[in-house]
Write a protein that binds this ligand. Structure first.
Ligand code: UDP
Ligand code: MG
Length: 343
């Protein structure tokens, strides 16, 4: 729904020029400290491209003045569009908002912290030119803490399993997508918000290349371990029914074990007579089953919550304003976006 209104807004503003060949979508959350350096490098990389480009910064509800820096950039660079979201919705929803505003035949996503070098963009475009419709990346010699790399690898494995497409490093967000994939992702995105997995799901010819990876230019990762695990869980439940099916299987397994144990206890009692430590064994077993049960209820809750969110048609993001390029002037986009239902 919101996408169609957006489309017409974009068309209205197309008076400002032909759609560019490439849109570079950059999610930004509290990146004020390094943003100017990032923009300088990205702008230089865009200058060197062999085709026209626009940059779509999505301010994901930053509270550190990032938005002011971005609007200042729009004043001097006509290629730049800034989509300001009303609140922080997370990296993937922010990228989705960028997708909805991007006009390029190819859309490249990149992080704003310079961990992904903008100089790698031409290599991604070369793969698109070679006929692939999604270009994923692997971070060679990734510069992140060990615990984070282990978590990431787990999530990538789960994602590959859930989506049914092999992805070595789906957390690597320097990626390129063809217009057809971008449109499909925008349409599908309510199912589960993990852009690389969604894109892999609709891609006809995906490929993957190795890229270099650097340290953050400023600040710390915006993902806490808890937030990151939430993303992994979201990904699993959003793409498959496997978790809930596993719980059903576990339920059957547990009942079988319980029955076996009951028979064993009866046998022991008949042969050896009553014993005292049996009570504690029972407690231990009870806790294991209770834990499983609570986990199962939580899992069911996760799916019910998803159905609820779907029924409410809660938007994954709300645009407050759009700045820069020719389009912003013609389109009071914020008014065209659906209002967030009171929550
Ligand atoms: N980001 C965002 N919204 C969020 C968290 C992160 O838009 O809620 C952006 C962030 O500004 C950066 C990118 O997503 O441009 C990647 O975030 P980060 O560097 O924290 O992730 P990591 O590199 O640790 O995976
Ligand atoms: Mg980063």
């Amino acid at each position: 729904m919101r996408r169609e209104t957006d489309g017409s807004a974009a068309a209205g503003g197309a008076a400002g020029g032909e759609p560019p060949a490439v849109s570079i979508v950059v999610p930004v959350f509290n990146e004020a400290a390094g943003l100017a350096r990032f923009d300088a490098r990205l702008a230089a990389a865009c200058d060197r491209l062999d085709r026209s480009a626009e940059v779509v910064y999505v301010d994901d509800g930053s509270r550190d003045g990032s938005l002011e820096i971005l609007t200042a950039i729009t004043a001097r660079d006509p290629r730049v569009l800034v989509v300001a979201l009303a609140r922080n919705v997370g990296q993937h929803a922010a990228v989705l908002a960028g997708f909805a505003h991007a006009r390029g035949d190819v859309v490249v996503t990149i992080d704003a912290d310079l961990q992904n070098p903008p100089e790698e963009i031409p290599r991604l475009l070369a793969e698109i030119d070679a006929g692939y419709d999604v270009v994923g990346t692997r971070r060679a010699a990734r510069v992140d803490p060990f615990s984070r790399r282990v978590l990431s690898a787990t999530v990538s494995r789960l994602a590959s399993r859930a989506v049914g497409v092999p992805m070595t490093d789906c957390g690597s967000m320097l990626r390129a997508y063809r217009r057809s994939v971008v449109d499909a992702v925008v349409q599908l995105a309510d199912r589960a918000l993990f852009i690389p997995a969604l894109a892999a799901w609709v891609a006809a010819r995906p490929t993957e290349i190795a890229i270099t990876h650097g340290p953050r230019v400023a600040g710390r990762s915006r993902y806490s371990p808890l937030r990151f695990m939430r993303l992994g869980f979201d990904l699993m439940t959003g793409f498959s029914l496997l978790p809930i099916q596993l719980v059903s299987l576990a339920g059957i397994g547990v009942s079988l074990v319980g029955t076996g144990f009951g028979i064993y206890l009866l046998f022991r009692r008949l042969v050896l007579g009553p014993e005292s430590e049996g009570l504690f064994t029972l407690f231990a077993i009870l806790f294991v089953f209770l834990g499983l049960l609570i986990f199962a209820v939580g899992l069911v809750g996760e799916y019910v919550g998803r159905i609820y969110a779907e029924v409410r048609r809660r938007p994954s993001y709300v645009v407050r304003a759009v700045y820069g390029a020719s389009r912003a002037r013609s389109a009071p986009d914020a008014a065209q976006e659906p209002a967030c239902p009171s929550s």
